[in-house]
Structure formats: C-alpha cells, structure tokens
Design a protein around this ligand. Sequence first.
Ligand code: PA5
Length: 397
Amino acid sequence: MLKFDFNTFMHIDGENDYNYKIHDIREKLEKKESMLDWYDVDTTISKSEFDKIVKVSNYVRKNADVFLVIGIGGSYLGSKAIIDMFKPYFKKDDVEIIFAGFSLSSTYLKELLDYIKDKEVIVNVISKSGTTLEPNITFNAVYGIMKKKYNKTQLQKRIIITTDKKKGKLRELINKEKFISFKVPDNIGGRFSVFTAVGLLPIAVSNINIMRLLEGVRRGKKNIDKCFIYAIIRDILYKKGRKIESFTVYEPKLYYFTEWIKQLFGETQGKNNLGLFPVSVVNSRDLHSLGQYYQQGDPIIFETVINVVNNKDIKVTNKSLNKINNIATIKVAEAHAPHTPSNIICMDHLNEENVGELMYFFMVSASIGAYLLGVDPFNQPGVEDYKKLLMEGIKKI
Ligand code: PA5
C-alpha cells in the first residue's frame, strides 16, 4: 500500500487555478496520443513477450555465472533501481548481475573484461536506437572476447539483444547472427521502458517477481488524481522560485531508485529553459553534509521524501531501529519544514507491488508535469548536442 501526504509539511494554495488544464491532460493520457503505450500494462507488454522473458530469465539463471547488462539512461536505470532495492546488502546472489555501458571509463572496461574472462557470461545489450556510443563500445569489446571463447551456436544462447523491432545496427546483428532478441516498443521511450523487456528481463534474472511488479503498475491507475495533485504542487512551487526538488530517502537500497527518478524528471521536463532540477539525498548520511543547506540555505529547494515504513528490524538499546528511522523521517521533515517544505510518500513494505505502483506514479506525474510546463515529455533533444560534439571530437583522434 502507498500513502501520499501532501499536507503535513507542505502548504500550498492555488491548486484550483489548474482545473481548466486537467481535463485536456487527462484526455491526452487516456487516449495515449503519443509515446504513451506504457500508460496501460496491456499495451506495455504482451503475454507472449512476458512468457518469453520468464523463459529466457530461467535459462540465464541456470547457465550464467555473470549476467552482463549493457545500456545507458533509460536502458538500465529502471532495472538497476529495482534490483538494488531487493538485493540483500551482503549475500551474493547465484547469478551475479553486472551493469556496464553507462560510462567511457577505460579502467572500468578493462577491469570488467579481466573479471569476466574466465566466467560463464550471458550478455544483454539494451539500446533502443542501437546507435548510442557508450553501450556500443562496451558491447563490441565484450563481443570480441566472447567470440574467442564461444562458438557460433553457443553465442546464440549467450547474447541477448533488446532493441528496436526493425531499425538499427543491433537489429541487423540479430538478423545476421540469430541472437535471442527482445523488442523495445515504438511508443515507449527509454525512461518509460522499465516495464518492457528492457527492465523486466534483468529484473527477472535477479529472481524478483515480475508478475507482482506489473500487478502494482496496474494498481497504480487508482492514483491518477494523486499524480495530478503532486504535479500541480511541483508546478506551483517551481513558479514560486523553488527550482530544486530533492528526492529524499532513508534506506540506502533506494539510492538507484532516486537515480532513476532523477533521469525520469530531468529528461522529461528539463527543456525550453524550464523544469525543476532533481537532486537526491540518502539520509542519515546526507543530513551531515547537505542537511545544513536544507535547514538554512537559499530557499530554492523542496523535498519529496520516499519512505519504507516496515523493514527488517533489529533492537538497539531496547528500541526498534526501524521505528527510530521512521521517527527520523518525520522529525527531519518537521525540522526542515519552516525552510524547506516536504511531500511524504510512504510504502508500507518494500515489495514488488508497491514498487510497481510507485514507479508508475512517478512516470505519470512526470508526464503531467511536462504537459503543465508546455514541453514534450517524451523527447530529449538536448542530449543529442553532446553526442554530436563528442563524435566530432572522436573523429579527430
Ligand atoms: O530516456 C531515454 O530515451 C534515454 O535516456 C535513453 O534511454 C538513452 O539515451 C539510451 O538510448 P538507447 O536505448 O537508444 O541507447
């Protein structure tokens, strides 16, 4: 179960001024006008694709020491976020899941290749366009090593490609080499693709129940009104000069979840010289670094706190540590409130249904927020600028 508190530590008025905009935005969403196939579970993923993900994930679990997921941005952040949320802190899993292709670090790539060379590896390269430099470089290096180690038939069971159904270099490779493949649906962009094969295959390999995750997404439809309230609060605060939204968590396992949220909001809304700047903090750690700023710095921030209420518990000095952390969540919001207001969103437990529901909540809210700003939620034209200059630079070496 999710609980939304937009009142206790947040005092806003002016919501009614938005009434005339809500109808049109709701219609856009319901009609799934463009790039909105993720809005309904049934158009996000088909039964046959789901069954194939389950089958392939079982195969990977039986046959790999290492499952290497290569992708950047929306092609890896969603699965990394969910896997980290459910992964024990210290126990090693049967299949080690490693993410790569999200940097140009030569040290990372070199150490990765050394690490996997004697292991049974299955690779999943994920790129909707098939043209992104960082995953391409990593995949080519890994493919080179795998070609030396495995024959053609073995490779057909060890290389899995998730890409556009028709276009791009990766699709050409699938057609040529007959690798296992999954499609990124046309009408779903990278940062909205966590509940397609892009996210679900790595998540299933890590033994998380993807059926229950999708059940949570389906359940998320009941929160659409809450998405509107949250999006409107954000918009009002932004227009009043609160330019930064801090996603604040008290459970370090949610760290990558906040990275996923940052990408979702940053790429969806940061365009046309507009948009809140998303940041994240993990408390208590960051109470002793940025906490001072939230308490007394320039009042340009508001917080959206994401809390898990019931966790594995342990008694410390005869008191429940879980309760102490929950008290910290509320008391810090109370302390920050006169200077930095907070929304509070709680999951009663960290389980698949709640996580599916919560991610869907943020996906819908981010889209509504972009419509309120008058920008296209589903493009990211600015990202192209660095890619172009980088390619020009690389040609010169
Ligand atoms: O949200 C998006 O669309 C982007 O962040 C993409 O996921 C990212 O740029 C990677 O693109 P691709 O999957 O084409 O390699």
